[in-house]
Write a protein that binds this ligand. Structure first.
Ligand SMILES: Nc1ncnc2c1ncn2[C@@H]1O[C@H](COP(=O)(O)OP(=O)(O)OP(=O)(O)O)[C@@H](O)[C@H]1O
Length: 350
């Protein structure tokens, strides 16, 4: 597992190279004076078979980053900088027609709400089989067989009979399993799961996470798991990138991030992890305040208004993402004891 910290010279060189790599990606809405930057200079990468967690509160830019990578930004949104490299090939600038074969077949997306992702007027079997028949050149009966195998693989009981069900006839957990079956049907290289369990009860959440994790290992896909809850990535991700106000503020191996978080925002997120009691998640110590609205960007470090360690420099200068430890654990924070170059850059003292 590897995440690139900007263009850090410390990044590990992999023999295979990342399957998907974002390099200095920027996303904005609007033009000219009305332009609002929602993602700034985001760099990260994931290798085949590995799992990367992208974590941050609502509005921190997780979804915009991934929609940009998939060429799915809504109207008004545009990539302002950077590259999206799929096995080294840049996807930025490709037309919708050129992106169509990439989505689904190379990079598949599972969203949080299976009900809106599935066609309510079509049986599960029909919507699963259509792409196999139209794009995969399969016969109707071969596609039916494959759909049954896939529903079986994702743990839907009575898979063959379920092909005739409409989405509303399945429970939330079963719908999410069907969506996962569709996502993996083309054997994608990268699976992006955007809050895949948010709409589900706690028990079903952990079952779905375990399913995604086991499929990732079995099929050798790279997994990008997007969530606002660090608790969700704990058992799944090899490495985590924490996003705040559209910027990566810390990345580390998951174990390291939990044992020794460096950014005050990461620490606050860890303090706010939900405790589960009687199947109900109770959020402990929510972080006071809200992330900034990108239409009114905050000066210096975007987290400073909510940060208990904030100093003058934090209000004035944007910290850079750097790895003062040499342990592949970069952080964007002026008050981190290992990070000093940003302080030196502005000549300030702590
Ligand atoms: N169509 C849009 N036009 C303008 N700004 C947008 C648009 N969509 C999203 N944004 C802004 O982009 C920022 C990042 O949003 P994004 O959806 O990526 O956050 P997120 O971290 O994925 O949050 P969530 O978990 O709620 O999806 C937010 O401030 C949001 O208001």
């Amino acid at each position: 597992m590897m995440i690139l910290a900007q263009s850090s010279p410390l990044r590990p060189i992999s023999a295979n190279g990342p399957v998907l790599e974002l390099k200095n990606l920027g996303v904005a809405y609007g033009r000219g004076a009305a332009s609002v930057q929602v993602v700034h200079d985001v760099s990260l990468a994931v290798e085949r078979g590995e799992a990367l967690g992208i974590v941050g509160e609502s509005g921190c830019g997780k979804s915009q980053t991934m929609l940009a990578a998939l060429g799915l930004l809504p109207r008004g949104g545009r990539i302002t900088s950077g590259q999206v490299l799929l096995e080294g090939q840049d996807l930025v600038g490709r037309s919708p027609r050129q992106m169509r074969p990439v989505r689904g077949r190379e990079i598949a997306l599972i969203s949080q709400d299976a009900l809106t992702s599935l066609n309510p007027a079509m049986t599960i079997g029909k919507q699963m089989a259509e792409p196999m028949i139209h794009y995969g050149g399969m016969s109707r009966s071969a596609a039916r067989q494959r759909c049954t195998e896939l529903l079986d693989l994702v743990g839907i009981p009575g898979a063959a009979a379920r092909l005739a069900s409409y989405p509303h006839e399945l429970s939330g957990g079963m719908r999410q399993r069907a969506l996962i079956a569709m996502a993996i049907s083309a054997n994608p290289k990268v699976l992006i799961a955007d809050e895949p369990t948010t709409a589900l009860d706690v028990t079903t959440q952990s079952q779905i996470l375990r399913l995604i994790d086991s499929l990732r290992k079995e099929l050798g896909m790279a997994l990008i798991l997007i969530t606002h809850d660090l608790g969700v990535v704990a058992g799944v991700a090899d490495r985590v990138a924490v996003l705040y106000a559209g910027r990566v503020v810390e990345t580390a191996e998951t174990e390291t991030l939990f044992a020794a978080p460096r950014h005050p925002y990461t620490k606050a997120l860890l303090d706010s992890i939900a405790r589960i009691e009687d199947d109900v998640a109770e959020r402990l110590n929510p972080i006071p305040g809200l992330p900034p609205d990108p239409r009114n960007p905050v000066s210096g470090c975007a987290f400073h208004p909510r940060c208990e360690y904030s100093r003058e420099i934090c209000r004035n200068a944007l910290p850079i993402l750097e790895d003062g430890t040499g342990a592949q654990h970069p952080v964007r924070c002026h008050v981190d004891p290992f990070v000093s170059s940003s302080l030196r850059a502005v000549g300030g003292a702590r």
